[in-house]
Design a protein. Sequence first.
Length: 201
Amino acid sequence: MTTPRTGSPLALTVLALLQYKPLHPYGIQRLIKQWGKDKVVNVGQRTSLYRTIDRLITAGLIGVRETERDQAYPERTVYEITDAGRAVAREWLLDMLAMPKQEFPEFPAALSHLLMLAPQEISDALDRRVRTLSEALAGLEAEISAETGHGLPRITMLEAEYLRVVTAAELQWLRSVVDEMRNGELTWSAADLVAFAESPE
């Protein structure tokens, strides 16, 4: 039995939820959505949740508590966290908080290949992203406002605050790039780029 040295966001979330009470996979997925964790954890496909549960069982971090049998539902396996799972979840959490990880999101990768597109295509695509991010930012601000109105302590909303700050920063940067493309400050010459690429080091 080998304990993973690093955990995924979904694995950490499963361990965190099981610290509250034993749950079956559907209950885990439902709580992730109810508590808004689906904004920071990808649980769109239940197969990824089942794979994560299998890995946690193999590592001895969770175990089977019982199997629920009800005529109204299919048979459901209820899982509980082990003592090892509690210890490892703390290690993962502290590591994720303290150590920035080199991640490879799609957007910076796409930015690195902009020269495949014409300037108008780039500005149109970035405009669409601006609109999408504007809607996302409005949603985050409404969510934070609603949660604050319910009297929840701020510590429960830090992930939403982080997402709001990051989204707002990206939105500000994107708008400046689009503006610079439109007013002619951000320009490039395909011929100059080809010449640069072909020049000896």
